[in-house]
Ligand binder design. Structure first.
Ligand code: NDP
Length: 399
């Protein structure tokens, strides 16, 4: 197959989407089904949402559909009976979906559940377009080493990291002074600290610009999301914590910037529409037309920028501390945050309690000296489990 034939679309790229029933999954299905001549789905996975998974599998003509929860196997089988689509269930089936030979695996599972499938995809020789930032936060060294062995970069789906990827001059990487990630500031940007601490689930779920899954929406409200993204950027671009900066930009049109030693700042702009970074990943290294939202600079008229308030958003400070400390502290922090966010969504803890659970879990592991780097993925997953137990105990003790 020549390059011309490829770009003429004679040989569609094979794509698998892990976390296909989620918000990023929706964007991926939308881009793929908008260009059937360019993209063909091999495998789709979900956790339990059989209905959405089956619908996406039929719409895209997927070959393999998987639910991570084995209890949902029969339902999925029935939903896809007569379609000719192969069905699987359980973590080994998710890993099979990740390891089937394709051009790109889109990693869009939420949370630490995405770590192993990401590693499996890379070790099977598949290029990964990664939305699942937690995989990099918890196991960044291992994920990046696996991508380096493969010789194919991780393609960032997160809009800020996609922005940086698009203006990152690989040949001039030693001339990069700083990377700036922009943040919307979330729904509580203008709130007072005490009011934020008592915010309700409904208030925290109102992201100003994006409609996303519940975990990342709460992380955006606490600004933990931006903290996770700093750690993600550290792994993707190899910059130390003091050269990674967060700037609040409520319009969220400029997604990320790279500042070079000659004073140039290169930025990527676009509508807050996750289909844009997904389309970029799927077409990379080329570009391809995609039906995504567009912006008019003159209608927006003004861009504003401000520094984040670390006192009002302690989760952002905790993530910066975890990044500076390194070792396994980001993994411990992530596990505690996942437990605390799930508890907040179930109204078991206040919004202000999320940061307290995270901080006290981190402190507990630092005090025990159990925060050194993980040697392998099993160590990462075992520490994730222990940190979850500590966070859960803190919640049960009423913090
Ligand atoms: P959603 O909650 O919308 O979707 C999560 C997906 O993961 C669903 O398909 C879900 O299946 C599946 N899943 C959940 N738990 C498990 C599990 N234990 N094992 C296997 N699969 C599981 O999340 P988002 O799409 O919002 O986010 C996905 C990832 O992308 C996150 O890491 C997030 O930080 C990142 N991201 C998201 C952005 C966004 O705009 N949404 C932007 C940038 C990054 P089911 O539906 O069956 O529960």
């Amino acid at each position: 197959m020549t390059q011309f034939q490829e770009s003429a679309g004679l040989d569609p790229k094979k794509i698998s989407v892990l976390g296909a029933s989620g918000s990023v999954g929706d964007s991926a299905i939308d881009i793929v089904s908008g260009s059937p001549q360019k993209y063909q789905i091999e495998a789709l996975t979900a956790y339990r949402n059989v209905e959405k998974l089956a619908k996406a599998a039929i719409k895209t003509g997927a070959r393999f559909a998987v639910v991570a929860d084995e209890a949902c196997y029969q339902d999925l089988k029935e939903a896809l009976s007569g379609s000719g689509i192969e069905v699987g269930a359980g973590s080994s089936a998710v890993e099979e979906a990740a390891s089937r030979s394709v051009d790109i695996v889109v990693g869009a599972i939420v949370g630490a559940a995405g770590i192993r499938p990401t590693m499996v995809a890379l070790e099977a020789g598949n290029q990964v377009a990664l939305a699942n930032k937690e995989a990099l936060v918890c196991a960044g060294d291992l994920v990046m080493a696996a991508a380096a062995r493969l010789g194919k970069p991780i393609l960032p789906v997160d809009s800020e990291h996609s922005a940086v990827f698009q203006v990152y001059e690989r040949d001039n990487r030693s001339e990069i002074d700083e990377i700036i990630l922009t943040a919307s500031g979330g729904p509580f940007r203008t709130w007072e600290k005490d009011a934020i601490a008592g915010a309700t689930v409904e208030q925290a779920m109102k992201h100003p610009n994006f409609s996303m899954g519940s975990k990342i929406t709460i992380d955006s409200a606490s600004m933990m999301n931006k903290g996770l993204e700093l750690i993600e950027a550290h792994h993707l671009y190899g910059l130390a914590a003091d050269r990674l900066t967060v700037v609040v930009h409520p319009q969220q049109i400029i997604h990320g910037l790279v500042c070079y030693s000659d004073g140039s700042m290169l930025a990527q702009l676009g509508a807050p529409d996750m289909r844009i970074p997904v389309a970029h990943c799927l077409a990379w290294p080329e570009r391809a037309p995609a039906k995504t939202d567009r912006i008019s600079l003159t209608e927006i008229a003004q861009f504003t920028f401000e520094l984040p308030d670390y006192d009002k958003f302690p989760c952002l400070q905790l993530a910066k501390d975890a990044l500076k400390a390194g070792g396994s502290l980001p993994n411990i922090m992530n596990a505690a945050n996942e437990i605390a966010v799930a508890a907040f969504l179930k109204k078991r803890v206040s919004f202000g309690g999320i940061a307290r659970v995270v901080e006290q879990t981190m402190e507990a592991f630092v005090q025990k000296g159990e925060n050194s780097s993980a040697a392998g993925i099993e160590d990462v997953l075992s520490l994730d489990k222990s940190a979850r137990e500590v966070a859960e105990r803190l919640l049960q003790d009423g913090l």
